[in-house]
Design a protein around this ligand. Structure first.
Ligand code: AP5
Length: 223
């Protein structure tokens, strides 16, 4: 099952991708997480990506497309994958199609999580992330048991550099200009389904699963 999760910054793509990844035993491929890891480790890719990410604009396509193409060839993607944060513009969507064609795969469903802008800003400004395992919390909506540490691994939580209000606004603008057209790209192919992103995380997961099943007649226990 090859899925793309779309939605504006803060819609809950990462939160839902992690849940779906455990449920379906397929990896979450978050371009944002891979890029942040490269920035942290000061790799060549990370050094090239850093300035773009700090400004909240897209990292150049050639860097990201190559990175995803390599990741998709990994063994753990053989049974499927969940793309989170990719493709971010139509050029990336076209490049993804070419990559998948070469390795004999295709996208089964594209699910967009819809949340209004005021809520997105509230979510992003209150988000905290674990430095160890990457678990995502929110100071109000999904707080950890102890304010500054992760429930799973006890490591310190931090606020992402691009979760400052000014950068959040830039990211939302880029989403409208560059990423929204990708919805139309997949809608024309009959792959796109939208789900509301407000409400309980579990409820949203169920709606995403329904949207995937609706798109591909999939059942969780196909055998
Ligand atoms: P990326 O890391 O992909 O960030 P994003 O798309 O802006 O998305 P976020 O991770 O901010 O939000 P999310 O939708 O995953 O929400 P989350 O689940 O965390 O990209 C960062 C940067 O990397 C980009 O700006 C760009 O520079 C670069 N980049 C990445 N991919 C690229 C690409 N393909 N091409 C070029 N550049 C690229 O949830 C948010 C908060 O809400 C959390 O606190 C969570 O706990 C809370 N929450 C979640 N669900 C709910 C709910 N139902 N109710 C209440 N709160 C909720």
């Amino acid at each position: 099952m090859n899925i793309i999760l779309m939605g504006p910054p803060g819609a809950g793509k990462g939160t839902q991708a992690k849940i779906l990844s455990e449920r379906f035993h397929i990896p979450q491929i978050s371009t944002g997480d891979i890029l942040r890891m490269n920035v942290r480790e000061k790799t060549t890719l990370g050094l090239k990506a850093k300035d773009y990410m700090e400004k909240g604009v897209l990292v150049p396509d050639d860097l990201v497309v190559e990175m995803v193409a390599e990741r998709l060839k990994s063994r753990d993607c053989a049974g499927g994958f969940i793309l989170d944060g990719f493709p971010r513009n139509v050029a990336q969507a076209e490049a993804l199609e070419r990559t998948l064609e070469k390795i004999g795969k295709k996208i089964d469903a594209v699910v967009g999580i819809e949340v209004e802008e005021r809520e997105l800003v509230r979510r992003l400004s209150g988000r905290r992330v674990c430095r160890g395992c990457g678990a995502v919390y929110h100071v109000t909506f999904n707080p950890p048991v102890n304010t500054d540490t992760c429930d799973n691994c006890g490591v310190e939580l931090y606020q992402r550099d691009d979760d400052k209000e000014e950068t959040i606004r830039a990211r939302l603008r880029i989403y409208e200009e560059e990423t929204r057209p990708v919805i139309e790209y997949y809608r024309e192919k009959g792959l796109y389904r939208a789900v509301g992103g407000i409400g309980s995380m579990d409820g949203i997961t169920e709606n995403i699963v329904k949207a995937i099943e609706d798109r591909r007649g999939y059942t969780e226990n196909p055998g």
